[in-house]
Design a binder for this molecule. Structure first.
Ligand code: SF4
Length: 442
């Protein structure tokens, strides 16, 4: 047992008018136990706090312990938050995957960016994908006991030997057996396959898809995403980028299985991320084939959703004059679609001038084309001296969550100063896109 667990969990915040406030629980107090049970982490806490009658053991900063009896509604929270959101240390991964993007980052970035988490609790709390390689039977039993769903799993392959090789972990094949247990308990799962050319594609991919289909409908979806290759790959496993013909083949295979699964189960199940369609030069599929956009965070259906939302938003506006000059930043991958939307806006609003700038990712390397990995320094250097108009629109996903800072620590105000333009941050929806362009005129 770690010291932290023996000593309890420090309460960092007590909500106003909460049960905790009524009971004089204050920030700085420690939660030692509920119903005489030691609280291991946030899942234990959520589970035990659910009951209508609970006994809460609190330790005040002077060491005095209070045993508080609480009668409350089922599901009613105590109204406290903890110093550490997980109420436990974050679990790091035990793998050394041949495709890991963290291993491909340049030196000297923020330390937190190098942390390799593989914590199933973050799968439930934030949607992270986990490999199951650092989970014990006890962890799986707890998920089943608490009926937590969905868990997002990075499969990569269903071939156990190949999985050991790809994850550089001799237990990675064995870890797939945990999927059977989750399946039998009915724990909803989503999966991801990071595809590496010549490694887990072709026949191996076909084998994995077939094996994964056995877990339908408890396993709801699988995304296939191409490996991201930065320019920092010295001494790493040699991996090559996919080309247009590869992308066409992969989409063909995925569509074949989508059709088969749809006939049997009424879902499409296996999805190619947007990058494949763009690389293949094919149209992005219609909304119906995304089964409710289960894997947006993996870039599956993001463009279709954006285009559809944009169309809805534009249909809701009236044609009018809008004499503004605006510029927009995007990565190379989404450029064509952003440009297409900008043209439709300019057709509808007379006097509107939108310039869309695609930024090449020199920071990570030109093979990285997604907008979310653009850095402040690339934006500044490539837009210096360009006509930017009254405002420059920057997608929110280029920034660190909740902060006005890019991955390379350049801030939004650094960009404003360097380019002498007002920057507006735009969320990723098509509605936000239209609103941001029209500004106060909307
Ligand atoms: S599981 Fe693999 S890809 Fe994920 S952080 Fe660990 S080494 Fe990197």
């Amino acid at each position: 047992m770690s010291d932290k667990k023996q000593k309890g969990h420090i309460i960092s915040f007590v909500h106003k008018n909460s049960i905790a406030m009524e009971l004089d629980i204050a920030s700085g107090d420690k939660l030692l136990a509920i119903n005489n049970q030691r609280i291991e982490d946030i899942f234990d806490y959520q589970y035990h706090v659910e009951n209508e009658y609970i006994e809460v053991l609190i330790e005040k900063p002077d060491g005095e312990q209070w045993l508080l009896e609480v009668d409350k509604d089922e599901d009613e929270d105590l109204g406290i938050e903890f110093e550490n959101g997980l109420m436990d240390e974050y679990r790091s991964c035990r793998n050394k995957c041949i495709f890991c993007f963290i291993d491909q980052m340049p030196k000297g970035m923020r330390e937190t960016l190098y942390f390799k988490d593989d914590d199933s609790r973050l799968s439930f709390l934030q949607g992270n994908y986990v490999t199951l390689t650092n989970m014990s039977d006890y962890d799986i039993d707890r998920i089943i006991k608490y009926n937590l769903s969905p868990i997002n799993i990075s499969f990569q392959t269903m071939n156990p030997d190949l999985r050991c090789k790809m994850l550089n972990n001799r237990f990675a094949g064995e870890a797939l057996k945990k999927v059977d247990k989750l399946y039998e308990a009915g724990i909803t799962m989503n999966g991801q396959i990071v595809l590496c050319k010549g490694v887990n594609d072709g026949k191996e991919l076909e084998y994995s898809i077939r094996k994964l289909m056995e877990y339908i409908p408890v396993l709801e979806s699988i995304s296939v995403v191409p490996v991201g290759l930065s320019k920092y790959r010295e001494d790493l496993y040699p991996l090559e980028p996919f080309d247009k013909e590869d992308a066409k083949e992969i989409i063909k295979m995925i569509h074949k299985y989508q059709k088969e699964v749809f006939e049997d189960h009424g879902i499409h199940f296996i999805h190619a991320s947007d990058e494949w369609y763009i690389l293949a030069g094919l149209d992005i599929p219609k909304e119906e084939s995304y089964d409710g956009y289960l894997q947006l965070e993996n870039g599956v259906g993001m463009i279709r959703l954006l285009l559809n939302e944009f169309k809805d938003a534009l249909d809701g506006t009236r044609k009018r004059e809008c004499a503004h000059e605006i510029s927009i930043v995007t990565g190379r991958l989404a450029y064509r679609y952003i440009q297409q939307m900008a043209e439709e806006m300019m057709e509808r609003f007379s006097g509107l001038c939108i310039r869309v700038y695609q930024i090449t990712n020199y920071f990570f390397g030109e093979m990285i084309t997604v907008t979310g990995l653009l850095t402040g320094q690339d934006i500044i250097s490539q837009l210096k001296g360009k006509s930017l108009g009254e405002r420059l629109l920057l997608p929110q996903n280029t920034l660190r969550s909740g902060e006005a800072v890019f991955l390379d620590d350049v801030t939004v105000s650094d960009v404003e100063k360097a380019l002498q333009v007002k920057v507006d941050i735009v969320k990723s929806s098509g509605y936000d896109f239209v609103n941001a362009i029209l500004g106060e005129d909307n």
